[in-house]
Write a protein that binds this ligand. Structure first.
Ligand code: AMP
Length: 397
């Protein structure tokens, strides 16, 4: 049987030293995927998975974003992508949906590096590289923040002087928008509950965030001005007393940059366990009796549950909770613990069904009589980006 890719969209996620890509058919039934990593270093390489699932590795020692994209586009040329959709981390206040790239949009993506210094410049590099190689190719940017632009001021404003909001755009933006949008849409398709639906979505991966979504609109979310706010994550602290900065400066003489690195790269599961940011390692160590790993696990679950409970305040009704992300999709014990901590919500869970939901399975694990549905829905940000790209270009059938 020949596998075909009809009218495929290329989805690019350009990071500071990596490019994740997926070429996705219009019907979402087939895709080619890959990852260019270690860009700029001697170990730069592309790991490519062909249409038939076979893999190849291409050495591009010292290769830049542009060189990697040249190779990636050459590998995919025969399938004739009709458009490129870029995941862009920060869309600021300007962008509430995906938009086609124009010189103005590219300028804005670059300007917004003030809000996402690590991500937006790499995203802009990807747009420019595709433009240089295929000037005629329609390109769309899909912002991680856009889905949360429906959050009302009561939830997005910080309780700090108004001028900082008006002049410096200091407010909560929220991230992981494509993931929250995808899983809440999917839950609304799968549920038997009459709409409109109110979902609490928990994206638990290396980065973690939760959102409250009613009738397809985000009403609040846990991440803020940056992806540091909110839940405890793999290496990020999540919520912390803002007074910590001045305290550490005074007592340890730490600089703001050192504190920022500590909170983003040395905290979370890694910081508390002292072992790893990988949930599998933490679970194993906890099972072997490591007290720090046990505490890291308990904190992770407690903080996730506490956030879900507080986000329920944003919803007119609560239809259910949706778990996604590497941890949310695979770690049944973490889901179990989180649901148990939410003890005042009249939730009845079927723990056997929960334990069976691993490895990319989609399903429901609440038991008869539960006031709240419980879902596991593997996220598919690439598909959502491809879909939004086609929508922005008026290509949706
Ligand atoms: P992501 O960022 O969505 O790829 O998720 C990465 C996280 O998912 C890491 O913390 C992994 O340890 C975790 N993860 C992946 N598979 C499992 C699993 N089977 N059990 C527990 N955690 C897992």
């Amino acid at each position: 049987m020949t596998i075909t890719l009809t009218n495929p969209t290329l989805v690019l996620n350009c990071g500071s030293s990596s490019i994740k890509y997926a070429l996705i058919s219009e019907d979402n039934n087939t895709r080619i995927t890959g990852l260019a990593e270690n860009l700029g270093l001697d170990t730069a390489r592309i790991k490519h998975t062909r249409l038939d699932g076979s893999k190849e590795e291409i050495n591009i020692a010292g290769g830049s974003h542009k060189l990697a994209l040249q190779k990636i586009l050459a590998l995919l040329e025969q399938y004739k992508p009709i458009a490129v959709g870029h995941r862009v981390v920060h869309g600021g206040r300007e962008f509430s949906s995906a938009v086609q790239v124009t010189p103005h949009v590219l300028k804005e993506v670059k300007r917004l590096k003030i809000l996402a210094p690590l991500h937006n410049p790499a995203n802009a590099l990807g747009i420019e590289a595709v433009n240089a190689i295929y000037p005629e190719m329609p390109q769309v940017v899909v912002f991680d923040t856009a889905f949360h632009q429906t959050v009302p001021p009561v939830a997005y404003r910080y309780a700090i002087p108004k001028a900082l909001y008006e002049e410096e755009r200091i407010r909560r933006y929220g991230f992981h928008g494509t993931s929250h949008a995808y899983v809440s849409d999917r839950a609304s398709q799968l549920t038997d509950a009459p709409g409109p639906h109110g979902w609490l979505t928990a994206h638990l991966g290396n980065g973690c965030s939760a959102a409250a979504i009613y009738d397809g609109k985000s009403l609040d979310t846990s991440m803020g001005l940056t992806p540091l706010e909110g839940l405890m994550m793999g290496t990020r602290s999540g919520d912390i007393d803002p007074g910590l900065h001045i305290h550490l400066k005074r007592t340890l003489g730490m600089s703001l940059e050192e504190i920022d690195t500590m909170l983003n790269k040395q905290s979370g599961l890694l910081g508390v366990s002292g072992l790893s940011n990988d949930m599998r390692t933490i679970e194993q160590a906890a099972n072997e009796g490591n007290e720090d790993a046990k505490l890291a696990l308990e904190m992770f679950c407690y903080r996730a549950a506490k956030y879900l409970a507080s986000l329920s305040c944003a919803l007119p009704i609560l239809t259910g909770i949706v778990f996604t992300g590497g941890i949310g999709e695979n770690a049944d014990k973490i889901r179990h613990n989180i649901v148990q901590i939410l003890r005042h919500f009249d939730i009845q869970a079927d723990w056997d069904k929960n334990a069976a939901l691993i490895r990319g399975n989609e399903g429901r694990f609440d038991a008869a009589g539960s006031e709240v549905q419980l879902w596991v829905i593997p996220t598919d940000e690439e598909y959502r980006i491809a879909q939004e790209t086609r929508e922005a270009l008026g290509l949706l059938s």
